[in-house]
Design a binder for this molecule. Structure first.
Ligand code: SAH
Ligand code: SF4
Ligand code: F3S
Length: 481
């Protein structure tokens, strides 16, 4: 009998990719994917530990399944991802009806563990070693991911894919759990990455986003040879069918001239650079142990400007980190004003057990102050983004069309007549969305058939997050046959 699986994914792109792999694997083991926990035989949560809020939401969702499990004891409930690695047995303690806990390094064991649960062997747990549990190479091996399995059907858009080039992180920013949940930094071998990219291109994928926590620190050593991100981009650029290459997330210290020159030289490389600053205050950056000063960050911005004058740079900021004064916070506001980021993700500091910040510093900024600083920083960022987006009005941009916009999807779900398979529907005029090579979101009136195509759009208007445009009309020339 086929089994039905439901997967709920939160967290970063790494988790989105991991879910895609797990589903591909389960499909090969006879599972089908369903849209709700209710109709599933197996419910999986792919979790994130980066902030407390993300964890509490999962614990609350698990709590709600308690009743369901009482009525349907055969329904399997699994927790995978970073919270599984971080909390381990605590998950069974807080949610005793959970059957399965699997860290990001053990996802390949899921089908086998589900089998064991089914055959009455009880709860299962598989997690990686902690940093202190053994030799670095053994710990690293326990965190390795399983990447070559792909399922284009699981991607929101089959012509776009994530490709992991780096596992883990060794930067140990004092606030961050990722070096513990994802283990030591390891670059995947270039041959594996290239082989995977070729498979993706054969599946019709046109845009690949390379993933790593500090993707531009990527290194792979083979004897005396060392490959870096620039080398990888040069090789990936050769693959037919791949039209766009992006990479996230960047670490400011490793944004080298060579990498920027490579991006500038290779037309398929997106000049979109997500390089989190985290704070505009040297004091705060020092306590965060980010390894650079505001001056270093500004020098990096100058380098980007020199090699890639058209680049779109985006950032992350944490507000309310331990000891952040009003003056420190104003320096983050100033940095956003100086750098004019395309967008910034702004987070309120959340103390994480097991991190250096949790051990060394007091989480002394009250919640209401964190909220106010968050809103103020976002308002400044939005104002700048809108001003810069408005500069696109009247210009033509090339867009990789992704599909119906959120607005169109909302309207369609309200419309009882909507039917995916309907031919008329495929050509009906709806709001579509796509992205420029600089990662700007563009909406325009079009139809579903345009998904996956590169199209020229004329921009008519803009908001802080979106360019609003129309398909460039081409003069029709009649050719005699
Ligand atoms: N590897 C990436 C980011 C990983 S986490 C990098 O180094 O840039 C994504 C973002 O979450 C971080 O950039 C940071 O802004 C935020 N973050 C991480 N830990 C946090 C914490 N304890 N509280 C609040 N935000 C946090
Ligand atoms: Fe966390 Fe810092 Fe590593 Fe990013 S670089 S994952 S913020 S420790
Ligand atoms: Fe969260 Fe893990 Fe990603 S903690 S941000 S899902 S690496």
């Amino acid at each position: 009998m086929t089994k039905r699986v439901f997967i709920h994914t939160v967290g970063c792109q790494m988790n989105v990719l991991d879910s895609e792999m797990v589903i591909a694997d389960l499909k090969r083991h006879g599972y089908t994917v369903v849209d709700s926990a209710k109709e599933a035989d197996c419910v999986l949560y792919n979790t994130c530990s980066v902030r407390e809020h993300a964890e509490e939401k999962i614990y609350s969702a698990l709590g709600k399944l308690k009743n369901v499990k009482d009525h349907q004891p055969d329904k399997t409930i699994g927790v995978m991802g970073c919270m599984a690695q971080k909390d381990q047995q605590t998950i069974f303690r807080r949610a005793p009806h959970v059957d399965l806990v699997v860290g990001p390094g053990q996802l390949h064991t899921i089908p086998e563990m589900l089998q064991r649960i089914e055959s009455g062997q009880g709860r299962q747990m598989a997690v990686s070693l902690a940093r202190k549990d053994g030799k670095q190479s053994i710990v690293a091996r326990s965190h390795e991911t399983f990447d070559p399995l792909r399922d284009p059907g699981m991607r929101p858009t089959p012509f776009q894919a994530y490709l992991r080039i780096q596992i883990g992180c060794d930067k140990f920013c004092t606030y961050c759990v990722v070096p513990n949940t994802r283990g030591p930094e390891q670059g995947r071998p270039p041959e594996q990455i290239l082989a995977e990219a070729k498979v993706l291109a054969d599946q019709g994928c046109r845009e690949i986003t390379l993933l790593g926590q500090t993707v531009n620190s990527y290194k792979y050593r083979d004897g005396d040879d060392t490959s870096d991100l620039a080398d990888l981009l040069i090789d990936l650029h050769e693959i037919d069918g791949i039209e766009r290459l992006k990479f996230v997330t960047n670490y400011p210290k490793d944004m080298t001239e060579r990498l920027l020159r490579t991006v500038a030289d290779l037309p398929k490389c997106s000049p979109y650079l997500h390089v989190p600053a985290q704070s505009g205050s040297d004091e705060v950056l020092r306590r965060m142990k980010r390894g650079y000063t505001v001056g270093d960050y500004l020098e990096m911005m100058e380098r980007i400007e020199r090699f890639l004058p058209e680049a779109a740079v985006s950032s992350d900021f944490i507000v309310g980190f331990c000891g952040e004064t009003e003056e420190d916070f104003q320096k983050s506001v100033d940095l956003i004003r100086r750098c004019r980021f395309k967008n910034s993700f702004i987070f309120q500091y959340s103390v994480r057990s097991g991190t250096k910040a949790a051990q060394r510093f007091e989480d002394d900024i009250p919640r209401d102050v964190k909220v106010r600083r968050n809103n103020e920083l976002l308002a400044v960022q939005d104002e700048i983004a809108k001003e810069d987006n408005l500069k696109f009005v009247g210009r033509e941009v090339e867009v990789l069309v992704e599909g119906p916009s959120k607005k169109a999807l909302r309207e369609m779900s309200n419309d009882a007549q909507a039917d995916d398979g309907d031919e008329d529907n495929a050509s009906a005029l709806i709001q579509m969305t796509g992205r420029t090579i600089c990662d700007r979101i563009v909406v325009f009136d079009g139809n579903r058939r345009q998904a996956g195509q590169l199209m020229d759009i004329v921009v008519d208007d803009a908001s802080c997050h979106t360019l609003i445009g129309r398909v460039k009309t081409v003069d029709v020339v009649s050719i005699g046959v």
